[in-house]
Design a protein around this ligand. Structure first.
Ligand code: NAD
Length: 489
């Protein structure tokens, strides 16, 4: 059993065909806990041999799993959800320890991921096919079939939730799955695989291989893998999408984000301040749904002041976790340094924030006087940094939002329904919030952005995921000669 990472810095195993297998190929990649910088493990990236072994075992498992009726396939998912809930405290600690977020945030992410499991458990009720008598004595109907062995590649920021967007639905749809988690958070996915195995999932249906870029490329190029979903930064999402497509696979690749929150003077001061700060600073700003730009329309200084007061209460290391790595921390700090040099005003400065000793912390930061086109207004900083822009009209705010190459989320804070609808219809993002700064759709609604926040068609969860993980046969059937009333008879 994979246990909480300890200071003994063990090699994190792969999980192939129901067994933990110690990785030995390639140079070891050290894993440290962002909370205090302590070494917690090593990842040996899977090479050709391990990829081949995982694909072969998954192919073998597919022979049976792929033709198991869906009502039977979802039974281990029910038990997995229960087991994950029973072990949620341990899982949350593990996520927090390897990722650096607080245990409360870790638990929130796991519970959100488990909603996808719940949705996957409902698939037998949600996706029965359709049948129509299209001509006298002639029936047309549709059947869904799984694709075969499929893969998922996930980022560091949600060690449980993002894998949970992928494998429960793919597996419920009859595929067998190989997950390649981020080499920065390798422990939790193996623990999820162990729990799923304990829940009765047959060997080889869900496999985890550790690795980095080389492993991802090996999976994308492998002819035995039919489809891949990816979640990570835009630069890598683009590469993964094109490489996978070139290899003839179905690919959906979700990328990075720069989310805009627009505040209208009629917004509720307290709700807006709390919500904007929660969106920008939650998970230390390391989420693709984080607000990183707030656009104040007209005179909103009283709301901005309330945001600063709210953010100043956050205790780094207690209410807010750490950056994933030293280099991530230094990159975030360098954005603050440069903004200050260019004359922007630091309303709150998180540089030098203290958390646990040797941890990788940046505190809540709010920068006023950012101009459209500044790097703080355009780049995904991926840290607890909120950039403040000011405009006179909602249309000017929308123009800034619409020019972003990303398109994950956008929100408006207002007490006017007409203004909210105006924004909802014009913002260029796949997920829209009204008085909500992290507008993550809850199941059964699907998760997915637009533009450079996503490469491929459809969303990663919800009904679109069923389409992605299956292929259909359309059957036209006639058993009797029938009345011979038309051309089909
Ligand atoms: P990343 O792109 O660096 O890594 C993601 C995965 O790709 C990892 O498993 C990594 O091993 C692998 N990888 C890295 N470089 C690669 C390469 N050149 N070729 C092939 N594979 C490679 O992302 P990250 O830093 O782990 O995660 C943060 C990013 O993920 C942010 O940009 C964030 O916005 C994004 N994200 C997006 C969503 C979404 O739903 N759109 C959700 C979560 C995170």
């Amino acid at each position: 059993m994979t246990t909480l990472p300890s200071k003994s810095a063990s090699t994190v195993p792969h999980f192939i065909a129901g067994r933990s297998i110690s990785g030995s190929s390639g140079d070891a990649i050290p894993v440290t806990s962002p909370l205090d910088g302590s070494p917690i493990g090593n990842v040996h990236p899977a090479g050709k041999i391990e990829i081949e072994e995982a694909v072969k075992d998954a192919q073998k498992a597919f022979e049976t799993w792929g033709c198991t009726p869906i009502k039977e396939r979802v039974q281990p998912l029910f038990r997995f959800k229960q087991l994950a809930e029973e072990n949620i405290a341990e899982l949350s600690k593990m996520v927090s320890w390897e990722n650096g977020k607080t245990e409360a945030e870790a638990e929130g992410g796991i519970r959100k991921g488990l909603e996808v499991v719940e949705y996957a458990c409902s698939l037998p009720q949600l996706i029965p096919g359709q049948l129509l008598e299209v001509s006298s004595g002639v029936d047309c109907y549709e059947r869904r079939f799984p694709l075969g062995v499929v893969a998922g590649i996930t980022p560091f920021n949600f060690p449980a939730m993002v894998p949970l967007w992928m494998f429960p639905l793919a597996i419920a749809c009859g595929n067998t799955f190989i997950l390649k988690p981020s080499e920065q958070v390798p422990f939790t996915p193996v623990r999820l695989a162990e729990l799923f195995h304990d829940a009765g999932l047959p060997d080889g249906v869900f496999n985890v291989i550790q690795g980095n870029r080389g492993t991802v490329e090996g999976l994308l190029d492998h002819p035995g893998i039919q489809a891949a979903t990816f979640v990570g930064s835009t630069a890598v999402a683009r590469q993964v999408y094109h490489r996978g497509i070139a290899a003839g696979k179905r690919v959906l690749a979700l990328g990075g984000a720069k989310n805009h929150l627009v505040v209208i003077p009629d917004a509720d001061v307290e709700i807006t301040a709390k919500n904007v700060v929660n969106s920008a600073m939650g998970c230390a700003g390391q989420r693709c749904m984080a607000a990183s730009v707030v656009i104040l329309v007209g005179s909103c200084d009283h709301i901005l002041q309330a945001m600063v007061t709210q953010a100043a209460k956050i205790r780094t290391g207690e209410d807010m976790g750490a950056m994933i790595s030293v280099s991530a921390r230094d990159r975030v700090i360098s954005y603050i340094d440069r903004a200050q040099k260019r004359g922007a005003k630091l309303l709150l400065d998180g540089r030098g924030a203290k958390g646990r000793e040797n941890g990788y912390y940046v505190g809540p930061t709010i920068i006023d006087g950012i101009q459209p086109g500044d790097e703080c207004a355009c780049d995904e900083i991926f840290g607890p940094v909120l950039s403040v822009l000011r405009v006179d009209t909602l249309d000017e705010a929308l123009a800034i939002e619409q020019q972003s190459p990303y398109g994950n989320a956008a929100s408006i804070y207002t007490s006017d329904g007409g203004t909210a609808v105006y924004f909802e219809e014009r913002a260029h993002a796949g997920m829209i919030g009204v008085n909500i700064g992290v507008p993550v759709p809850r199941e059964p609604f699907a998760f997915g952005g637009w533009n450079e926040s996503k490469f491929g068609v459809g969303d990663i969860t919800g009904r679109d995921a069923v389409g992605f993980w299956t292929k259909t046969k359309k059957i036209t059937k006639k058993w009797s000669a029938g009345a011979g009333r038309n051309w089909m008879s």
